[in-house]
Design a binder for this molecule. Structure first.
Ligand code: AP5
Length: 210
């Protein structure tokens, strides 16, 4: 299964990608995670990307397309994959096609802007195993400590209020057009992303069937 998770920042793409990946036994390819790892490791890519992430802007298409091409050629992607946060522009979607990648399904998580702001303001992430929490809807058992690996949880750099609003603006302007692009291709399944996390997973898995 070659799957894209589409939706605004904070819609739950990362949360659902981890759950669906476990069910399907396929890897998650998250360009956001790849970029954050590059920034942490102070690589050339990280230095290039940091300003864009901090400002809530998209990293240029040529860089993202290069990352996608390299990652999807790796052996673990041979049996399928979940794309989380990519493609994010029509150019990136076209590049995927040019690479010969035939996407089976695009799950579109629908969440309104007010809910997004509340979710991202309360998000905590594990810098080590990448588990995702929310201080109200998905809290860790011990405050600020990862349930999975025990690391101290962090707030993402781009989860500041002003950056959240800019990321939403960028989503509506540059990424939302992908909904009609994949709808025309008959691949889009829009689901309500506002329910309980388990309910959203159920809807997503059901959308893979139909
Ligand atoms: P990226 O890392 O992809 O971030 P994003 O799209 O902004 O999405 P998020 O990771 O913020 O949210 P999510 O949808 O995964 O939600 P989550 O599951 O964490 O990109 C970051 C940056 O990298 C971009 O701004 C850009 O600069 C750059 N970049 C990356 N890819 C790029 C590309 N292709 N092209 C150009 N630039 C690119 O959930 C959010 C919170 O909500 C959590 O606290 C979670 O616990 C909670 N939550 C989840 N589901 C529910 C639920 N059902 N109910 C209640 N709470 C919930």
């Amino acid at each position: 299964m070659k799957l894209i998770l589409l939706g605004p920042p904070g819609a739950g793409k990362g949360t659902q990608a981890a759950r669906i990946a476990e069910r399907l036994s396929v890897p998650v390819v998250s360009t956001g995670e790849i970029l954050r790892a590059a920034i942490k490791d102070e690589t050339e890519l990280g230095a290039l990307a940091k300003g864009y992430l901090d400002a809530g802007e998209l990293v240029p298409d040529d860089i993202i397309i290069g990352i996608m091409r390299g990652r999807l050629q790796q052996k673990d992607c041979e049996g399928g994959f979940i794309l989380d946060g990519v493609p994010r522009t029509l150019e990136q979607a076209a590049a995927l096609e040019q690479m010969g990648v035939d996407i089976d399904r695009v799950i579109d998580l629908e969440v309104d802007d007010a809910e997004i702001v509340s979710r991202l303001s309360g998000r905590r992430v594990c810098p080590s195993c990448k588990a995702i929490y929310h201080i109200e809807s998905e809290p860790p058992a011990v405050a600020d400590i990862c349930d999975v690996c025990g690391a101290a949880l962090e707030i993402r750099e781009d989860d500041k209020p002003e950056t959240i609003l800019e990321r939403l603006r960028v989503y509506h302007d540059q990424t939302e057009p992908l909904r009609s692009y994949y709808k025309k291709a008959g691949k889009l399944r829009s689901i309500d992303g506002t329910g309980d996390i388990n309910d959203v997973t159920r809807l997503a898995l059901a959308a893979l069937e139909g």
